[in-house]
Design a protein around this ligand. Structure first.
Ligand code: A2P
Length: 276
């Protein structure tokens, strides 16, 4: 019997599942198949973005899944050209149209683009959308401490900040700040893009001891640490394995062993320089 996916309480009142499906870099056709399959396997949180150019496919997958809209939690994100009050509204309407939905569960500013300097206006736009009821929860993605501090200075607190996070990228500069302000940490590429992390000797050994896959160990580390994860998979078996991480637990010692694997990554995208 598969254990249920736990949820975290959002400030605006909703429940955010701790595990969902990431959809980058799926195209419309791939997303339509994977989203429908994932929902039928039991996924309820689906993560997309304007920039992934697959919202139409995600919407199709939602409709063919047979699960009612109200049971699902749909997140999308918008690009920098919409960083204004009117822009955020237009971005939301565009995404709703692509997805074929009449509200979003969570809308995020995809990248802060500090050189453009308009993410505060974008967040004000999100607040209006939330008041209007077009969006239930609002947040940011890829915001660094400085960008969050700027929002705080304007009395704005995202409900969620979605960031690159895995045992090789533990993001120690952000997690305490999130905790202090009640911001839920959501991890993108929580499997480290299926690179070296899944072959790391520490991860592999813990996986062996629990008779689980390295991916399951890495996802369990994140969720047991209190984070939300959106691993991408288009494969039926891996979709199911990634969902089956709530019927076992890592020991405190194992959490600590995984928690010290962080290492510098010169290729990590820097939100002060990169963004769309
Ligand atoms: P696939 O779609 O063929 O399953 P991330 O979400 O960290 O960016 O990782 C996504 C990558 O990890 C994709 O290449 C995906 O490939 C792969 N992946 C997803 N789930 C697993 C798993 N359980 N084991 C190994 N690789 C996985």
């Amino acid at each position: 019997m598969k254990a249920a996916v736990p949820t975290l309480k959002l400030k605006s009142g909703g429940e955010l599942p701790q595990l969902g499906l990431g959809t980058w870099p799926m195209d419309d056709a791939q997303a339509a198949v994977a989203v429908s399959l994932a929902i039928r396997h039991g996924y309820r949180l689906i993560d997309t973005a304007e920039n992934y150019r697959n919202e139409k496919g995600v919407g199709e997958g939602i409709r063919t899944s047979g699960v009612s809209r109200e049971e699902l939690f749909i997140t999308t994100k918008f690009n920098r050209e919409w960083h204004s009050i009117a822009g955020a509204r237009q971005a939301c309407i565009n995404s709703l149209e692509q997805l074929g939905l009449d509200y979003l569960d969570l809308l995020l500013i995809h990248w802060p683009n500090p050189q453009q300097g308009r993410y505060v206006e974008a967040f004000a736009g999100l607040q209006q959308l939330q008041q209007e009821g077009l969006v239930r929860a609002i947040g940011t993605s890829n915001f660094k401490p400085d960008h969050l501090q700027t929002l705080f200075q304007h009395g704005m607190v995202p409900e969620v900040n979605q960031i690159q996070l895995d045992p090789y990228h533990p993001r120690a500069e952000l997690i305490p700040l999130h905790e202090q302000h009640g911001i839920i940490t959501e991890a993108w590429s929580p499997l480290g893009r299926a690179g070296e992390l899944l072959q790391d000797a520490v991860v592999v050994e813990i996986a062996r001891q629990h008779d689980k896959t390295p991916a399951q160990i890495v996802l369990r580390w994140s969720t047991q640490s209190g984070f939300v994860v959106v691993p991408k998979s288009a494969d039926s078996l891996r979709l199911q394995q990634n969902l089956s991480i709530f019927e076992f637990a890592l020991s405190n010692e194992e959490l600590l062993q995984l928690g010290v694997l962080g290492r510098p990554d010169p290729e990590m995208l820097d939100a002060d320089a990169f963004g769309h």
